[in-house]
Each structure stands twice: as C-alpha cells, then as structure tokens.
Ligand binder design. Structure first.
Ligand SMILES: [Zn+2]
Length: 271
C-alpha cells in the first residue's frame, strides 16, 4: 500500500511544490522547486505529500489546479532534462509526482465497466463504486543488460535514438513479460533483439525510470554463442566495440551508463 497522501490538509506553512503539467515540472529560474504557501482549502485538498527535502515537506499538485502561479519566476522543464540536472533525492520526488499525476489522468473511468472512478483520499488509488474495481499506480518492470565478450562490449542503437536524432548506443532493454523471471526476460530479450545466447547473468542494480512508469532492473552478462542477427523492428545497429573505440554513450544519470561502466571494468579485469 502506498503512503497515506495527506490530503485535505490546509497548507498554511510554505512547502516545496512539484507542480506537474504532463511530463513537465515547474522550476524556479535558479533551478529549484518552488517554495511557497497554498492556504486555499480547495487547492490544498488535491495536494499529495511526497516526502521531505532539506528538512521541508514536499507536495505535488497538477498545474490546472493552481490558479496563481508566478510563471515569470520560473519555467517548465521536461522530466527527461530534469533527470540530467537534479540530484537523485529531488529527482525521486519529482518522478513520483509525475507518475502519480499520470495515474490520475489515465484512470478517470473504470477499465472494467466504464463508470467514472472516484479518487480515494487515504491512499493513492481510484475506485469504481459501481463494480468495486480499484486501481493503483502501475509500475512496469523492465530488464536492461550490458554484455561482454572477452575485451569487447555489445552495444545497440535503437530506432528511438534515431527518432530523437542522436547517434547514441546503449545496452539491450525490454519489458518483463507475464510469467517470466527477470533473468528469463534478459535471456529472451537478447535472443530476440540480436540473436545471441548469453550466460553468467548477474544482477547489478535498479533505477526508477518514470517515462512514464518503468522500473529498470540492471544486469551484466557474458556472451555464450551465436552471430549477431538484428531485430529490425527495434534496432538499427548492434556491434561489438573495443574499449578504445566506444561510440556515443548515455549520460551518467542513466542506469545504462552505469552498467556499461561495470562491463568496461570487467573487460579490464584480468581473466
Ligand atoms: Zn467499474
């Protein structure tokens, strides 16, 4: 069960606000979350308590509920940029706010009977009074794996990077399917996307990836057998790279970068 959202409070003290508009969040011109007081019962009723930052409470609220926002004192920044600029504690709160907002926006009607759903105020949930179906914010688990073969690393270029007009290479990633373990998903994704068999699958770490609600489970693995056969639906290139000829890679904020760094460390270690 998710933490009690602390709605219906009158927020008479200034607090940090994560003000959400889709995938964008309002930041002050100095790059901080806005810090002010909303003591207006109707607005405060919709605020969600996210946690604490610098000893102060942090709440989230949707943009359309805030009528007197000092727009000239800040700007709207997309979550994909915020992950690169915010410290991890602040980004965790911001990503939680965006995920909750996405949940409320996409669960206004019941997926079972089509009736309007009611917001539950003591937990983060939507409830259908007609058929008693209740929904909670969804997390979609994904695996991501960096693969080593002797002193080379396998890197792939996805169709998405081409759409975003960059030349970045990264690790192989995909959603865990119902009934699978994370390790089975790693093996399947690698076989599907590049036609290779792997072994020595090792869990390294995880990362919340709120685009819009993924949880990335990061692994490394070793090449076992096969030749690269590209899945043209997902990828535009896949190749083995020597450490002195690495292509453009993801920024350090991304778990892909941390897994690739781990693989590079393994490549350099004596066999
Ligand atoms: Zn229903």
């Amino acid at each position: 069960m998710l933490k009690k959202p602390l709605r219906n409070e009158r927020l008479s003290e200034p607090v940090f606000w994560v003000i959400v508009d889709g995938s964008n969040v309002f930041q002050t011109l100095s790059g901080d979350l806005p810090f002010f007081c909303i003591d207006k019962g109707q607005i405060a009723k919709h605020a969600l308590h996210l946690g604490e930052l610098k000893g102060q409470a942090v709440y989230s609220i949707d943009r359309f509920r805030v009528t007197e926002l000092p727009l000239e004192q800040g700007e709207w920044i997309n979550l994909k940029l915020l992950i690169q600029s915010l410290d991890s504690a602040t980004f965790e709160l911001v990503s939680k706010a965006v995920t909750f907002s996405h949940f409320y926006q996409t669960h206004r009607f019941c997926g079972r009977c089509g009736s309007r759903m009611r917001t539950i105020h003591w937990e983060v949930a939507k409830h259908c009074d007609k058929c008693r179906h209740r929904c909670y914010p969804r997390l979609s688990p994904c695996v991501i794996v960096s693969i080593r073969h002797q002193e080379q690393i396998l890197l792939v270029q996805s169709k998405q990077t081409k759409r975003e007009n960059n030349k970045m290479y990264s690790a192989i990633a995909g959603f865990i399917e119902p009934g699978e373990t994370a390790e089975q998903a790693v093996e399947r994704e690698v076989l599907e996307e590049v036609g290779l068999k792997i072994n020595n699958i090792r869990y390294i770490k995880s990362q919340s990836w709120p685009f819009p609600h993924n949880l990335m489970l990061g692994f490394t693995a070793d090449f076992a057998s096969g030749d690269i056969v590209l899945d043209n639906n997902e990828l535009i290139d896949a190749a083995w790279f020597s450490l002195d000829q690495l292509p453009e890679l993801p920024g350090e904020y991304a778990i892909a970068s941390q897994l690739i760094a781990e693989t590079i460390k393994q490549c350099k270690a004596p066999l």
